[in-house]
Design a protein around this ligand. Structure first.
Ligand code: ATP
Length: 236
């Protein structure tokens, strides 16, 4: 469904991605792991066309994303939930959610999809009229995911959903990410520093270091890999 072939991305003169190649198959959850500054966010921004690659190719099915603009990429069903969430602070929960559907015209299905996200996140249902800025960090993350789901993405790019959240909330959000993947057949590329949790819900993982893919494999194998354990999972 998504394939990156030798992608090189720069910020001015600084090269942030070096020959990044990766593949996400339809229906999978793929975890993109690595320390701060490894290039995970840049990889997502390159896929969504915000920071296009200087060289290399990105194919979404057969469509060359590296030749397209961000708005065209969104219309294909590729939706990024950015780190830091970017919800609208002065709009209510329900207005934030409705904005996710702004490209859609199928009113009845939109209504059902809104019900679905309130079922996924009952905490949001009881806060429909509350302003975005008054939500907790975990609730804002839930809102950002809900808004993305209203655009009916085929490929969801999630940037560090665990950032700054308490462990119990992180667990809840990861369970729901798995549920979304299973129930609505959404393919997910998940950027995370919390390698342990990400690999528990993922099918495959890639580990980045200084802008390069250092290793990749089945999530289960990576969970048992001694190098990964040492570097990212708190020792062997
Ligand atoms: P984090 O987990 O801290 O978000 P990351 O793996 O997502 O890290 P990136 O944000 O992709 O890493 O950053 C990769 C590299 O690119 C870093 O060295 C960073 O300083 C650099 N970088 C990121 N954004 C910019 C920018 N707008 N201008 C210049 N350099 C940037």
């Amino acid at each position: 469904m998504l394939r990156l072939n030798n992608v090189n991305t720069f910020y001015g003169n600084i090269q942030a991605l070096h020959d990044v190649s990766l593949e996400v198959k339809e229906g999978e959850i793929v975890a993109l792991l690595g320390a701060n500054g490894a290039g995970k966010t840049t990889t997502l921004m390159t896929i969504s066309g915000i920071v296009p690659p200087q060289t290399g190719e990105i194919f979404y099915n057969k469509t060359p994303l590296h030749l397209m603009k961000p708005d065209e990429i969104v219309k294909l069903g590729v939706c990024q939930v950015p780190e830091g969430r970017h919800i609208f602070p002065h709009l209510s929960v329900s207005e934030n959610i409705d904005l996710g559907a702004f490209l859609r015209r199928d009113k009845e299905q939109i209504r059902k999809d809104v019900e679905y996200v309130y079922d996924l996140f009952p905490q949001l249902a009881v806060r429909k009229n509350q302003l975005g800025e008054t939500l907790s960090g975990g609730e804002q993350q839930m809102l950002a995911i809900s808004r993305a789901l209203l655009s009916k993405p085929k490929l969801l790019l999630l940037d560090e959903p665990s950032l700054g959240l308490a462990p119990i909330i992180v667990r809840q959000i990861f369970d729901i990410i798995k549920q979304i993947n299973r129930e609505s057949k959404t393919t997910i590329l998940l950027v995370e520093q919390n390698a342990n949790l990400a690999l528990q819900i993922a099918d495959k993982g890639y580990v980045m270091e200084t802008g390069k893919i250092r290793l990749s494999g089945d999530a289960k194998d990576l969970l048992n890999n001694d190098d990964i354990k040492k570097a990212y999972l708190g020792g062997v």
